[in-house]
Design a protein around this ligand. Structure first.
Ligand code: PLP
Length: 373
């Protein structure tokens, strides 16, 4: 089977694959009610919040758009922290809906400096929301969500967190850190197929929602919450993805959330060590390197596409290339969700072998370690 090491969609555990065989049920019947109640309660625990968690059919981008149309009015000012392709996307969505977007550019590969966020908030009064990509999947950087949420609060702005590649993998304490909105999709660390957008909302977000005037229908949080509180849904849900999610959340809670975070931290360290052992330059600032995706610079003389194609065709290992302005310059290895060291070891051995096949001089130590396995 293909060793899938992209940062989402991620491999599915056996329990999730089995759950996806379950037959359809009436989505407004009693079994569905139980399913939604279990999911909402588990997701609240896993976001570390007492607030509401809404589930929509959709992807991460849908969740980002939902947060904009539900919490703002045209002309509202937001601060978008842009340090990669997904930060850019969030800013673009806000602009598409007529918000007054102040951008805080961050060098790709580096984390946003909370002091710079504070300074930007002071320089641009009236910011109603800060848009932050917790884990920038395009650069392999994890931002300091807790410190940036504190800065947003000091300026009475909401903190909207794109947690698409962090929720369920990296520490995220929604209530304790004062994060108002947490957005994710099922296909990453939640170990599920694509299909559902997960949106957790705190009280301040609901207050903003009550004032927000942008048009919305499908994504309307009030409709979704009213239906959810009645044990129902306002549109037909992606039932198979939700069966999968129930199984995945049970697995995550059986492992223990903190254990899951620790596993990701250990795997992040492992992958960075192995990548550096191949003589590659890690792309992300080591102080903020992500534990869900590792990025490395494509070495001189190697063409990124040729490397990725060869790795797939010869070794059946799939990793990702760079996005946006990093296309052709970096490779990205996903290690989030249902992931353990042996699959990563095999993928990294193959990466070393593929680099060697293309004429790159793999350090002798790395070759011996791979051969000994
Ligand atoms: N935000 C981040 C950080 C992501 O990694 C992704 C997808 O990789 C998205 C948003 C977009 O999510 P989707 O592709 O599910 O719409």
């Amino acid at each position: 089977m293909t060793n899938l090491r992209i940062p989402g969609p991620t491999p599915l555990p056996p329990s999730v694959l089995a759950a996806m065989q379950e037959p359809m049920i009436p989505h407004r019947g009693p079994e569905a009610k139980e399913l939604f109640a279990e999911l909402r309660a588990a997701l609240a625990r896993l976001h570390r919040t007492t607030g509401d968690v809404l589930i929509f059919p959709g992807s991460g981008t849908g969740a980002l758009e939902a947060s904009i149309v539900n919490l703002f009015s045209a002309g509202d000012r937001v601060l978008a922290i842009v340090g990669g392709a997904f930060g850019e996307r969030y800013a673009k969505i806000a602009r598409a809906f007529g918000l007054d977007v102040v951008e805080l550019p961050v060098e790709w590969g580096r984390a946003a400096d909370p002091a710079a966020v504070r300074a930007a908030l002071a320089a641009h009064p009236g910011v109603r929301g800060v848009l932050l990509t917790h884990n920038e999947t395009s650069t392999g950087v994890t931002n300091d969500l807790q410190a940036i949420a504190a800065a947003a609060r000091e300026h009475d702005a909401l903190l909207l967190c794109d947690a698409v590649s962090s929720a369920g993998a990296l520490p995220l304490e929604m209530d304790a850190w004062g994060v108002d909105v947490v957005l994710s999709g099922t296909q990453k660390a939640w170990m599920c197929p694509p299909g559902a957008a997960i949106i957790a909302l705190g009280e301040r977000a609901w207050d903003a929602h009550a004032r927000a005037a942008l048009p919305r229908f499908f994504w309307d949080f009030t409709q979704a919450r009213d239906a959810a509180r009645a044990g129902s849904v306002h549109v037909t849900p992606p039932l198979t993805t939700l069966y999968a999610l129930r199984a995945a959340l049970r697995d995550i809670e059986a492992e223990g959330l903190e254990h899951v975070w620790a596993r990701h931290a250990a795997l992040g360290e492992y992958v960075r060590g192995r990548v550096a052992g191949l003589g590659l330059t890690l792309f992300a600032d080591p102080a903020h390197a992500s534990n869900s995706v590792t990025t490395a610079v494509v070495p001189e003389g190697i063409e990124a596409k040729a490397l990725l194609d060869h790795l797939r065709e010869r070794y059946d290992v799939v990793i990702a290339g760079g996005q946006g302005k990093l296309a052709g310059r970096i490779i990205r290895i996903g290690h989030l969700g249902y992931v353990h060291e042996p699959e990563l070891a095999a993928a990294l051995d193959a990466l070393g072998a593929a680099l060697g096949d293309l004429g790159y001089a793999v350090p002798a130590g790395a070759r011996q370690a791979a051969a000994a396995r």
